[in-house]
Design a protein around this ligand. Structure first.
Ligand SMILES: Cc1cc2nc3c(=O)[nH]c(=O)nc-3n(C[C@H](O)[C@H](O)[C@H](O)COP(=O)(O)OP(=O)(O)OC[C@H]3O[C@@H](n4cnc5c(N)ncnc54)[C@H](O)[C@@H]3O)c2cc1C
Length: 513
């Protein structure tokens, strides 16, 4: 068994004994076989000394047990790494950012505490997965939808805390943005409820997110300032219908007016679904008549049928006002979908969690020897056609240089418009068990981070191995933002026991000069 860094073997033994007392001996994991389950299957350092590894894991079942675990960790200065379901594949899996940390596995805290159909919200614990919440709602016959990300096995809380996104309508797709109220255990073991939840016997915790006074919830997103033990989320009242329109063009420059139209339609909330941009090369969907369009924008709309029909006609009029742009209106689907309809749609767009996304990485005739995993560099660029074309040129001009003249199988750019007003230009790197290939991917990843930063573009969410590097690009005014975060870290977690290094924030004793 590995020891956490800076912890003596006798102190670690005492901590483990106290945790066994607190959570039961079956829920403290120290054997190599058990701890190996917390490795990151997509680690770009798999099998190398730099791979981030846990020393042990502990799985409390209640708020009080979390508090007890944290107090012991503070006493013996044992670094903890809280996870919810720990399926953070592509961003570190369930492995800690700081090697030797003890994973605080919250999967046993898996109660759906409330689903309120009338006001469309849920209150859940960290171990509740999208599958769990969907099952709960389905069994209870409630008329609300969840917003799943592609993999349905993740945690509603864990995904939101890492800055995740789903695929139904705005504003539910921005998972942190759609939360309302949290319960957080601080490094001291103290419990805080945010927003209206700070009122004893609050009746409106999930009805108003701001509460009174400075809003602190944002401190717990992509951070290491606390352990979230409950969180409220807005749910989407089941929409009556859905329709998707697809705008296509054969000319590269048309993406400029097309994106302007899309932005306006989204900012006016005429188009509320998860829009997607395909094209700029091979890979886009075939256009009408079989000819492949250069650009193709999918614009889905959810809502009452009469409203949706008017909205899609409006969208069509706006897109087709651009000379040469065509707009095809797809089938209008009424919900709940029939089984036959559900079988031919992308289910996450209809609030149905599943794992079909993993087929993308699996063995197939086109990819007979898959690497097994991937990581992504996803810089945010302004949501304009000019910026998108600039990124497209930037990618084409630098790909060979960044890849050392080799074809590494890097995929990009994928243009993502998952959030309001945001354009993400994703570059995906296959990751497997081949150390030489992984090293080339890491070099390429780092190369893109530096080149993008020179243009004023940076990542919104990062694999653990690159979190420091990316934090270092947010360096305005001599890293003032990082220094502010470090000051908060020192105040709320003076012994630095929680998620050291997460998103580049290290406790004082581990900070580089
Ligand atoms: C093929 C593929 C497709 C994907 N598609 C999507 C997608 O559509 N959308 C998307 O968002 N992601 C996607 N991902 C990324 C990722 O798999 C999901 O975001 C997944 O939901 C994250 O894992 P999780 O929910 O188990 O969170 P966890 O692993 O439990 O949590 C993530 C991190 O948040 C912190 N954390 C978690 N819980 C707590 C807590 N209670 N208190 C304090 N800190 C905590 C920890 O640092 C943890 O490492 C995809 C990945 C792959 C491989």
């Amino acid at each position: 068994m590995a020891l956490p860094p800076h912890v003596s073997s006798s102190d670690f033994a005492s901590a483990l004994a106290a945790w066994r007392q607190a959570v039961g001996k079956d829920w403290v994991f120290t054997s190599d076989a058990d701890v190996a389950l917390y490795r990151d299957a997509y680690s770009p350092y798999w099998g190398e000394p730099e791979e981030r590894l846990a020393s042990a894991a502990v799985a409390p079942a209640s708020l009080e047990e979390v508090q007890a675990v944290v107090r012991t960790a503070n006493q013996y200065r044992v670094p903890l790494y809280p996870i919810s379901t720990g399926r953070n594949l592509a961003y570190g899996g369930s492995a800690p950012v700081y090697s030797g940390s003890v994973v605080l596995d919250l999967k046993r805290m898996n109660r759906v505490l409330e689903v309120n159909e009338r006001n469309a919200y849920a209150l859940v614990e960290p171990g509740v997965s999208y599958f769990d919440l969907y099952d709960h709602i389905t069994k209870a016959g409630l008329d609300v939808w969840i917003d799943p990300p592609d993999p349905g096995w993740g945690s509603v809380i864990g995904n939101a805390l890492d800055g995740g996104a789903g695929w139904t309508a705005n504003p539910f797709r921005d998972h942190f943005g759609a939360h309302c109220g949290m319960e957080v255990v601080l490094a001291s073991g103290e419990v805080v409820r945010t927003g209206m939840g700070a009122l004893p016997n609050s009746k409106s915790w999930q009805h108003n997110r701001w509460g009174y006074g400075p809003w602190v919830d944002g401190l717990f997103r992509q951070s290491n300032f606390g352990i979230v033990t409950k969180m409220g989320f807005y749910l989407m009242p089941r929409p009556e219908s859905y329709v998707m329109g697809t705008a296509t063009s054969m000319r590269d420059e048309d993406i400029v007016p097309m994106l302007d139209v899309l932005n306006r339609l989204e900012n006016e909330h005429v188009v509320n679904g998860s829009t997607q941009i395909f094209g700029g090369g091979p890979g886009g969907p075939p256009g009408p008549g079989g000819a492949a369009p250069l650009w193709s924008i999918q614009a889905p709309i959810y809502g009452p049928e009469a409203v949706v029909r008017a909205q899609i006609e409006h969208a069509k009029a706006k897109f087709t006002a651009i000379p040469g742009v065509k707009f095809e209106v797809g089938e209008l689907l009424r919900t709940p979908l029939t089984a036959a309809a559900l079988a031919r749609v992308r289910q996450v767009n209809f609030g149905v969690p599943n794992l079909s996304t993993f087929s993308m990485l699996g063995r197939s005739p086109v990819n007979p020897n898959p690497d097994g995993g991937h990581i992504g560099f996803s810089p945010i660029v302004p949501r304009t056609g000019e910026s998108l074309l600039e990124f497209k040129r930037f990618y084409a001009e630098n790909l060979s240089k960044v890849s050392g003249g080799e074809n590494l199988g890097v995929v990009g750019p994928v243009y993502m418009t998952c959030w309001d007003r945001t354009l993400v230009c994703l570059i995906m790197f296959p990751i497997g068990r081949d150390k030489i290939k992984n090293a080339k991917m890491r070099r390429a990843f780092e190369g893109w981070v530096h080149l993008a930063a020179e243009r004023g573009w940076a990542e919104y969410r990062a694999p653990a191995a690159f979190q420091d590097l990316i934090a270092s690009t947010y360096s305005y005014n001599n890293h003032a933002l990082l220094r502010l975060r470090e000051s908060i870290k020192d105040a709320v977690d003076p012994n630095g026991i929680l998620s050291a290094g997460r998103y580049g924030v290290w406790p004082k004793h581990l900070r580089k000069a």
